[in-house]
Design a protein around this ligand. Structure first.
Ligand code: NI
Length: 257
């Protein structure tokens, strides 16, 4: 049994066949899914999807891409999501200096205010980080201290950044992009992460595995990420499934079902 620890089933990409997608996930051995909010509306939908489906949990977050348009009132409303049922994490939140869709100043402001808003809730963090390593670590250490409970989602950093994240206590999550032909560097990173710190995710609808590139991704494909980790580490697929599932249950406090 596998857990897809990060996907976006609330996106309109799934409006026509969301229930079929969920059924395929269940039938292919996906035990639980964490649906990750990336905007105010997406977070509200995420909580609703979790409410409607036993095996789905919600994470609440506002993506750095949204930073230019988030108001103070949004942050106040965001705080009300913290107490909703089946909310297991804060995310995705973070910094994206690769696409720079919102200004870096606003991204930092949003990230800091969400971290502060969520601080007392004591929920694990789901962090989005692209090309913002030093600002990311600086902000986290300032607010959360030297140790943090959470995951670096869709890891894309180098070895030095990996060491810093592991040292702070973060889990490291890999998507199906580790199957890409040109992902040799990322596969080297996979080798360096201890098995008790790895999580798996699809980030669906994004990042479909190599065999499906250019198509919509979906949670049942999380097994491609598991197969690739098994291949890279020379482990049995079932062992990788069991260890990564245990990791997700431990970090997010999920129930076994
Ligand atoms: Ni995502």
């Amino acid at each position: 049994m596998l857990i897809d620890t990060h996907c976006h089933l609330d996106f309109k990409d799934f409006n026509d066949d969301r229930n079929d997608v969920l059924k395929r996930a269940r039938d292919s051995g996906v035990m639980s899914i964490i649906n990750v909010g990336s905007s105010m509306e997406g977070t509200a939908r995420s909580i609703q999807i979790a409410g409607d489906n036993d095996f789905i949990y919600a994470a609440i977050g506002i993506h750095p891409h949204e930073a230019d348009s988030v108001s103070k009132n949004d942050i106040r409303l965001f705080a009300e999501f913290l107490d909703k049922p089946k909310v297991v994490a804060i995310g995705e939140i973070g910094l994206d200096y690769y696409k720079n869709i919102s200004s870096r100043e606003n991204q930092k402001k949003l990230f800091i205010s969400l971290l502060k808003t969520a601080k007392d809730a004591d929920l694990p963090l789901i962090i989005h980080n692209r090309d913002a390593h030093s600002d990311m670590i600086g902000i986290l250490k300032n607010i959360a201290g030297n140790s943090a409970r959470g995951v670096m989602h869709c890891f894309s950093g180098d070895e030095a950044f990996l060491k810093t994240c592991l040292g702070m206590g973060f889990f490291i999550s890999f998507t199906c992009n580790i199957t890409y032909k040109n992902a040799g560097r990322l596969r080297e990173i996979v080798k360096l992460v201890p098995m008790d710190r790895i999580l798996l995710e699809t980030d669906a609808p994004f990042l479909a595995p190599q065999d499906f590139r250019g198509k919509r991704n979906e949670p049942m494909h999380v097994r491609y990420a598991a197969e690739e980790v098994a291949r890279i580490k020379g482990l049995d697929f079932h062992d990788v499934a069991e260890m990564t599932t245990d990791n997700a249950i431990r970090l997010f406090g999920l129930k076994k079902c």
